[in-house]
Design a binder for this molecule. Structure first.
Ligand code: HEC
Ligand code: HEC
Length: 408
């Protein structure tokens, strides 16, 4: 009885001390504080150079790339640009489950914010650079729906001076028997037949112009880097003992959600670092979407990137072969490749739905419900385990994800 009263007395004193801002337990331990700083934008390093793209960090190239990025003339119907699916005002996504260009592509458009940091592009990583990635939508009949000689003609007509300030002069395109308006290895019988009829040297010249188009687009994409969010301001507000100073930046629920993100939720196994991604491929047992083919993920990506004539080791790359380390040392055989998708960034995630590679989930609540259940793999090996989060914890985790939105 007496011991009990003593204990209550100590607890009341402790509570009073905490209220008075006295020596209460720190909010975050030293280890946790280190982890928090590793997630903050302050930990984002400068972009590594891209030796495969000689104009990667050339501001003139970026300026040209930016103009072409928004230029709908660079499409088969004059109506599609990169911004059709990667809209700046939506953190470079489109708010749709599937991308819509000349047709509908049954894949979810990814955010381009910070994507230049990733050694692999797209959900299955079928490209090892942003310049080689850009060439895919340009030729896909469901996206831009153009072809290689069309883009060479468009560059000559609209951007000749800008292009020739950066690269060798464009080939002589006036002779339409050498450079037809529409020719390329695309899904159009007329354009692909015209491509086959071209002289190998002219095809090579068209390929080089096409690669250079990708390179200026990539130079622009490298300027799309994450901006500070409320979360970053919160980390900056923590003192050396892990206690927030000044006005509260995050609510108690958001802080609780952050703790779940770092601990019980196991989110940081894959969503880590200042972009909240490890840039690796994981099978998270995402269900298929109705009426669209099941994506096999990384197992197809490794085959595609090796076969890509525009990869780092290819003829149109500016890199020495020994600079292509990601491609040369990539994992090509593993039982984790089937169903593996690239971990997406979580920066701005509250505003980039629908979620997952085919937009399977409309809301963050559905995403968290999936992780909480542990999912059921339709193919390959499920890397998730059920989390047993309470409804309150799930809501707190969701509240935390909202703190990753850029403030400006
Ligand atoms: C019709 C919609 C659409 C258009 C137009 C489009 N994209 Fe995409 N983008 C997508 C989709 C869908 C994905 C995912 C593709 C995949 O996984 O294969 C994607 C993925 C990407 C990625 C990969 C990002 C990452 O983190 O891996 C980059 C980079 C990109 N697009 C850049 C561009 C550029 C540059 C253009 C213009 C030349 C463009 N996109 C045009 C829909 C589109
Ligand atoms: C084993 C690695 C792994 C773990 C653990 C993990 N994720 Fe993911 N996350 C991924 C991958 C991979 C995807 C994309 C999957 C796909 O589209 O098929 C993804 C997608 C997402 C998305 C959708 C983003 C978008 O742009 O579509 C959100 C949100 C998300 N994860 C949040 C979380 C949270 C919250 C946790 C912890 C509860 C978590 N993740 C744990 C790997 C992981």
């Amino acid at each position: 009885m007496r011991a009990g009263r003593w204990l209550i007395g100590v607890m009341v004193l402790g509570w009073l001390a905490a209220c008075a801002g006295g020596p209460a337990t720190p909010t975050w331990s030293a280890d946790e504080l280190r982890v928090l700083h590793s997630l903050s934008l302050d930990a984002l390093k400068p972009l590594s150079p891209d030796p495969s793209n000689v104009v990667a960090d050339n501001p003139t190239a970026a300026a040209l790339g930016e103009r072409i990025y928004f230029d709908t003339r660079f499409s088969g119907n004059g109506a599609v640009s990169c911004a059709s699916c990667h809209m700046p005002e939506r953190h470079f996504t489109d708010g749709r489950a599937f991308g819509v260009g000349m047709g509908t592509i049954p894949l979810n458009a990814m955010s381009l914010v910070g994507a230049a940091y990733s050694p692999w592009q797209t959900w299955n990583g079928k490209n090892d650079s942003q310049w080689s990635q850009a060439l895919i939508p340009l030729e896909n009949p469901l996206e831009h729906g153009g072809n290689r000689t069309l883009y060479a003609h468009l560059l000559a007509e609209h951007y000749r001076a800008e292009y020739e300030a950066l690269f060798d002069p464009l080939p002589d395109l006036a002779d339409s028997s050498r450079f037809p308006r529409n020719a390329g290895p695309v899904d159009s019988p007329a354009a692909s037949a015209a491509w086959e009829r071209m002289a190998p040297a002219d095809r090579d010249a068209a390929n080089r112009v096409f690669a250079n188009l990708g390179k200026v687009l990539a130079a622009y994409e490298r300027t799309i880097v994450p901006q500070p969010a409320r979360f970053d301001r919160y980390v900056a507000s923590l003192d050396a003992d892990g206690r927030p100073q000044g006005e509260a930046v995050l609510s108690a629920d958001e802080v609780a959600g952050l703790r779940i993100f770092m601990g019980k939720g196991q989110c940081m196994n894959c969503h880590n670092g200042p972009r909240f991604t490890n840039d690796a491929f994981h099978n998270t047992a995402i269900p298929g979407a109705p009426d669209v083919p099941i994506q096999r993920g990384r197992i197809d990506g490794v085959v595609r990137v090796q076969a890509d004539p525009f990869n780092c080791l290819g003829a149109y790359s500016d890199a020495d072969p020994d600079e292509c380390t990601a491609l040369r040392f990539m994992v090509t055989e593993s039982d984790t490749l089937l169903g593996g998708m690239k971990t997406p960034t979580l920066r701005n995630v509250a505003e980039t739905g629908p979620y997952m590679h085919t937009g399977q989930f409309a809301t963050l609540a559905e995403v968290i419900q999936h992780y909480n259940s542990g999912g059921f793999a339709i193919q390959g090996h499920n890397e998730l385990t059920p989390l047993a989060l309470t409804d309150e914890e799930a809501a707190q985790l969701e509240a935390f994800l909202h703190t990753l939105t850029e403030e400006e």
